[in-house]
Design a protein around this ligand. Structure first.
Ligand SMILES: [Zn+2]
Ligand SMILES: [Zn+2]
Length: 352
């Protein structure tokens, strides 16, 4: 049986191809995709900035129905509606058992789908270690309600969690792309008293307020560090979250964090930077008790159960991030709109 799949064919060359529907081996499941999306990481793959093999099916954010269960998979039935995180840990290695799911087996090893194995911008996808990774979706929630638990919300929230935001903290988030927006929502969930976000794109500034920002600073109009120091009476924020992956925004985070505060790094820094510099004076010459932490999207079914519970109990509205909807046949157009940030796009939903 054949299916449609979005394939990486070389830099700036992606498109649909016919592929055989995958078969579930021992411990695996095949899921019929009902909804997926495009991630900023997929755009890097499309442009050839993140290496995957030619012929790889891309995409790593699937919602769907269980189509086939491999040998040994128990606790699930065919036809059940499930969400799967971009990170599909094995649940058994030393990293998984230390709760570093994204680093399953070693650096970045938890990210398999659309990276080292075929992804989910297709009619069907094969999920490894199914029993650690299939999360049932409650009937009262739609596919769109939970779509972003599969990556960006888990990642953004983890930036707030890794920083150990305390009730009453003041938090700054640099960058209000999908991850930064999710980090703002995460800061709110963690009990921040004041959330200051930084961006310049009008659609993102508007969405930032909906996701939890109290103050949005447009860095094209004001110096964000100066403004943050003014708002905090010269003290700085308790936590600054970097959600872009630039030297400048990383430095700004160090500059606007209070003595003893935490810089939480979510951005992916391009390899050509060589290294990221820390401004020594703002880092208190290494003796200001400032902490720098980094996190990649936590995955696996227990993480997903918790995220879906937040959506179900209306602690967060992720569906509002969907600004555009496309069919799988229109995926190239979806990439064009999303990758060029056209038409006020925040996130797209893709239906096979
Ligand atoms: Zn992603
Ligand atoms: Zn593992």
């Amino acid at each position: 049986m054949k299916m449609r799949a979005n394939v990486f064919k070389g830099p700036d060359k992606i498109g649909l191809e016919d592929r055989p529907v995958p078969k579930a081996g021992p411990g695996e499941a095949v899921v019929k995709i009902t909804l997926t999306t495009i991630c900023g990481t997929d755009v890097h793959i499309m442009r050839g900035e993140y290496p995957v093999r030619k012929g790889q099916i891309i995409g790593h954010e699937p919602i769907g129905l269980i189509y086939e269960l491999g040998e040994g998979v128990t606790g699930y039935k065919k036809g059940e509606r499930v969400a799967i995180n971009a990170i599909t840990p094995c649940g058994q290695c030393e990293y998984c058992l230390s709760a570093n799911w994204a680093q399953c087996g070693g650096f970045l090893g938890g990210w398999k789908m659309g990276n080292t194995i075929d992804g989910c911008q297709a009619d069907y996808v094969k999920i490894p270690n199914a029993m650690a990774n299939l999360t049932k979706i409650p009937d009262e929630l739609s596919d769109e309600d939970v779509l972003f638990t599969t990556d960006i919300f888990s990642t953004g929230l983890s930036g707030a969690e890794s920083a150990h935001i305390q009730v009453g903290d003041i938090v700054a988030v640099f960058g209000q792309g999908p991850i930064g927006l999710s980090a703002a929502a995460g800061a709110k969930l963690k009990g921040a008293a004041l959330i200051i976000t930084v961006d310049s794109v009008p659609s993102r500034i508007k969405m930032s307020q909906k996701m939890g920002a109290d103050v949005v600073l447009n860095f094209k109009k004001v110096d964000p560090v100066k403004e943050i120091m003014k708002i905090t009476n010269g003290r700085g924020v308790d936590v600054a979250i970097e959600a872009i992956g630039l030297q400048e925004s990383f430095e700004n985070c160090v500059k606007c964090t209070r003595v003893g505060g935490t810089i939480s790094s979510l951005g992916v820094y391009p390899a050509h930077l060589g290294n990221i510099g820390v401004p020594l004076q703002d880092f208190g010459f290494g003796i200001a008790d400032k902490k720098i932490v980094s996190t990649l999207c936590p995955g696996g079914k227990e993480r997903m159960r918790r995220l879906i519970s937040l959506v179900k109990n209306e602690r967060v509205n992720l569906r509002q991030l969907i600004t555009h909807r496309f069919s799988l046949d229109e995926i190239q157009e979806a990439y064009r709109i999303f990758s060029n940030q056209l038409d006020g796009v925040v996130k797209v939903a893709i239906t096979p």
